[in-house]
Design a protein around this ligand. Sequence first.
Ligand SMILES: [Zn+2]
Length: 76
Amino acid sequence: MTLEYYEYEECGRVQNRIVECPLCGYKFSPREPRWEHFFDDHTPEDAGLTPLGTIPDDAGGGLWGDVPDSPEESAV
Ligand SMILES: [Zn+2]
């Protein structure tokens, strides 16, 4: 398991904390900032993403096909 789950009964707050890197298995110390490991030791490609600064050819398109640009067009 790579996540710890905390629930603070006093305030009803729930928190998940990653305890092991899912990309390489590195075990975090309790107060270690997780972002530093990801920033220093990994690249976007490690997570199956495109390299930093690269825009995929299929990016920028609409999520759905024919979506009107304004609400007035859909009312017709
Ligand atoms: Zn890692």
